[in-house]
Design a protein around this ligand. Sequence first.
Ligand code: F6P
Length: 492
Amino acid sequence: MDDAPVHARVLVASNRGPVSFTLDDDGTTTMRRGGGGLVSGLSAVVGSRGAGTSEPTGKADVIWACAALTDADRQAARRAPGGRLDLAGHDTGGAAVRMLDIPPPVFHRAYNAIANSTLWFVHHLLYDTPITPNFDVGFRREWDSYRAYNRAFVEALADDAAPGAKVVVQDYHLTLTPGMLRERRPDLRIAHFSHTPWAPPDYYRMLPDEYGREVLEGILGADHAGFLSQRWADAFVACCETFLGARTDGRTVEHRGRRTRIGVHALGIDGPALSQRAGQPDVDGRYAALREIVGDRRLVVRIDRTELSKNIVRGLAAYREMLRTYPEWQGRVVHLAFAYPSRHDLPEYREYTAAVQRIAAEIEDEFGTEDWGPLVLQVNDDYPRSLAAYRLADVLLVNPIRDGMNLVAKEGPILSERGCALVLSREAGAAAELGEDAVLVNPYDISGTARALHGALRMPAEERLERCRRLAATASALPPQRWFADQLAALD
Ligand code: F6P
């Protein structure tokens, strides 16, 4: 790539990058832009004055390092000089992208076994503890791969960073990167951001001591460790105290002579951009089709990846209990449940998807009549259809067991046309911001959630509209642009 910088002043590192590739029949690859807050966040700082510095920055000042996730990504990465993709004509938020071709077995063990089956499970409290986890010799091998995967990012970042550059490392895939990078390039200013919750010490201690400490020390290699809510930040600090004996005043953690600042940066929605997208013809088309299905009935919507932490099975059980306990809703309400595929390499996720489908069939079987389908479960990913459902919803159900933030809870109220009531798990990071205007639930309490759904459906229209307006204002108060700029500013 001609204009690719040799050294960047701002670097982003994340497992999933801003683009992905598909393999065409003739062996060529086609690039697709990924969505997500990070891309929008970057656009705001790249090309403007700053990228968090006092000087103007050009397009080439930012490099985004990410992993090749599929065979098509690998091919594209191999063909790219130095792994730097040719992004002509694609909006990646203005960054050059370096895609790392990490050997598939190493990637698989790091991503599936450690990041998604260990760290994700720990932070979301997902283990079925009589059976899992099992930290045996196989786990130790997987951990070596997690180290190697983090090391690959470190090498790329160290090669690409200008002296004193800012490096913003994202998430649980890359917890070791800040510490390793600090050793290799002490001149860099490094931030780490966790998009997940953080486990409380009593759960975190399930990890073998040396690995639990390695993760904490890895993140403490950063100058700034960011979290989506105060609760997750506090849990991280508590783990540092408990397992490292680190000193802390709550806002900084001191360990081995270094000090890391702890920051809370809630992530919200770019409201105008989302509304603009939701007004496109493809969304209007889906809107009309959904209206047809719902008719003049009330509508409860949920939209999730089919992810263990999203608690879809209990959400459906709560809807079933509502229909049983408050039979006046039978025939008068429809539940649209969009449960998009996720992490199907992992058996737990495949089994969970089957459990979602099972309970959906049971509900249909128990209540369905010739002219009323109580539940529409869709498992194919269709973004415009999700936007159409947000526009139509009377009630939005977001009931995760635990969630770093949950952006569905924020998108829904922004797009709602008649004002939707939000039934929200108190265990989602978003509850800290939206709790006052949402109906909060304990995600394990199926009867409580059923009552909350009933109450939300009965909420007077005016109150619903008023609450929804406030929810939308809060949800768009901290757009991704602001969130990303804050992370950079924290390194000044
Ligand atoms: O919640 C943290 C997060 O990084 C999300 O931003 C993202 O949706 C998910 O975890 C990772 O998903 P995947 O494994 O599909 O990349």
